[in-house]
Design a protein around this ligand. Structure first.
Ligand code: NAD
Length: 533
């Protein structure tokens, strides 16, 4: 039974704001105590699927953010002296902890975000993959590298990777555990400290992540969590960061980029998308329909790489539509912690309002609803059915604007060049999917698609889970990349070190300036002849 740690009496959520039916108050307090907050009123977070209170999260002030950076800088000074192998070892321990404690992690994610368990599962898995990948490639990415010196044999040139210092990470609510952690792991491995501000709606999942980092062996002050509205804490974070990693909307990304530019610090921005999926005439239609359900409705479409536009070849349109509509109508919607659900709740009233507005606007302007199209208050306050629209035209809001919900527009195409042009239409460029039995041809088409990731015969998981590949957006979908070499190098400064032996860069051995210039000109010509870069 839950007990209020202050009174020692059974905790009653109706009267005790620290209590909830979901969690032991002591469990929640161990998480919320990690927020760097000096007092003042906390904010209650509610379970979106049921509306019940989960926890009261302390709120940080600008002064608390400053304090977080003081702690982080102190911790970073010691951390950068630790060996790369020791840091990698901690990441491998995190890998095991996350897999061992996946049930606890998924329970918390489900409570806090309202998503189906199978979509929550993606989160510990992504963190385990990221931790293993960076641990095992630490030396490949971070070791000092020999480069060509200007005078062969006499100039020895090397490049060091120096940590930036303290990285500010601002993350969204949609994948609250992985988005809070995944970008920070390479930052820590590269020798940085982190100050992070997760989204206010999903602080507990992010705080559990912080707890697990400490359990794995990262010093506590290396990872500092602040809580509060982004518009209040964003500026104090950016003012003190040496680099900012942001995931969220394009509108907020623009504000952050401008502030970083003003300070001449770097930033990476993982932003929105209006992601296309192409079903070519030779696609395996069963596979495509199954993949399309995952592409469109994972986490109720609240996923940056989620598909919102589908272009289907004329020759297979009717057959594909039949399969896709049937698979969508067969989806089981429910809240809860068990595995039986295919789709959970949206996160909030705001998200529900956007989805309702986009679908209602499309229908009012002539689109037809092939599946879904209704809110489901009988299941929970923010449930909305997975929805397929046909006949969407440019005047409709959902034609070009990101819905970030379970709504897909289906379009027919006659020739592939036209399909690619339509897929490239608009300002976004995050993720695309192509279904075709001819993978070689699909790879050729992929090169014409202006998106940062392209998945062939898969929704988004093939690129997202291949941590050695970069992930991010072209155009208004972002700047910079997470994952792969780019995902860790963004947190380092390169430093060139070259030592010179025997010959100096000026006249010597009795040569005057003119003779030195001639000798240099001759040696440049010689090196070109020798094929040297
Ligand atoms: P949002 O931009 O409103 O919020 C994201 C984060 O930024 C939150 O932590 C928020 O508190 C903070 N924030 C808000 N205003 C801020 C400000 N002025 N300064 C600093 N921080 C501020 O985004 P959202 O609507 O909550 O999230 C959904 C969006 O995120 C969608 O557009 C989605 O496509 C995008 N997203 C992208 C990725 C990706 O990897 N590309 C992943 C998840 C979500």
């Amino acid at each position: 039974m839950s007990v209020n740690p202050t009174t020692g009496l059974p905790a009653d959520p109706e009267h005790d704001p620290r209590a909830s039916y979901a969690f032991d108050p002591a469990y929640v307090a161990a998480l919320t105590d990690r927020v760097i907050a000096s007092g003042g009123e906390g904010v209650t977070v509610y379970a979106p699927a049921t509306g019940q209170p989960l926890a009261v999260v302390p709120q940080s002030t600008a002064a608390d953010v400053a304090d977080a950076f003081v702690r982080a800088r102190r911790a970073q000074a010691a951390w950068q002296r630790t060996s790369l192998d020791d840091r990698a070892e901690i990441l491998l321990r995190l890998h095991d902890i996350v897999l061992d404690r996946q049930d606890e992690i998924m329970d918390l994610i489900c409570w806090e975000s309202g998503k189906a368990r199978k979509h929550a599962f993606d989160e510990p898995i992504h963190i385990a993959l990221t931790a293993r990948y960076y641990a095992r490639t630490a030396h490949e990415h971070l070791d000092t590298q020999r480069r060509r010196g200007v005078i062969p044999g006499l100039t020895r040139a090397e490049v060091n990777r120096v940590p930036k210092g303290v990285v500010g990470i601002i993350s969204p609510w949609n994948y609250p555990f992985t988005m809070a952690l995944c970008d920070g792991l390479p930052a820590l491995l590269a020798g940085n400290a982190v100050v992070t501000k997760p989204d206010a709606q999903t602080m507990l999942s992010a705080l559990l992540g912080a707890q697990l980092l400490e359990e794995a062996g990262f010093p506590r002050d290396l990872w500092n969590v602040v809580a509060g509205p982004g518009r209040e804490l964003g500026t104090p974070i950016i003012e003190r960061s040496d680099y900012v990693c942001f995931t969220g909307s394009t509108a907020t990304g623009r504000l952050i980029a401008a502030q970083c530019a003003d300070r001449l610090i770097g930033c990476s921005l993982e932003l929105g998308g209006k992601n296309p999926l192409l079903v070519l005439r030779d696609a395996d239609l069963d596979k495509a329909a199954e993949g399309a359900v995952r592409a469109c409705f994972s986490n109720a479409g609240q996923l940056c790489v989620s598909t919102e536009r589908m272009f289907v070849a004329d020759q297979v349109y009717d057959r594909f539509r039949e399969r896709f509509v049937a698979a969508t109508k067969a989806m089981r919607l429910s809240a809860g912690l068990d595995w039986g659900s295919d789709m959970g709740s949206l996160i909030s009233q705001d998200q529900l309002d956007t989805v309702v507005a986009h679908v209602d606007d499309a229908v009012a302007k002539g689109a037809s609803v092939l599946a879904g199209g209704r809110a489901r208050p009988d299941l929970g306050p923010y449930f909305y059915e997975p929805t397929i629209l046909e006949g969407v035209t440019p005047e409709m809001t959902c034609f070009g604007h990101e819905t970030f919900g379970p709504v897909i527009s289906l379009y027919r195409f006659h020739d592939e060049t036209d399909a690619v042009a339509r897929a490239n239409d608009g300002e976004y460029g995050l993720n695309a999917s192509i279904y075709s039995r001819d993978v070689r041809r699909a790879r050729v088409i992929a090169r014409q698609v202006r998106c940062g990731t392209v998945n062939i015969n898969e929704a988004f998981g093939a690129t997202f889970a291949s941590i050695d590949t970069p992930m991010g957006g072209m155009r208004e979908s972002g700047m910079g990349r997470r994952q792969g070499g780019e995902g860790i190098h963004r947190y380092t400064e390169t430093q060139a070190v070259a030592s010179q032996a025997l010959l100096r860069f000026g006249p010597q051995y009795g040569l005057d300036d003119e003779q030195y210039a001639r000798m240099m000109t001759w040696s440049l010509r010689l090196m070109k002849k020798m094929g040297r870069a």
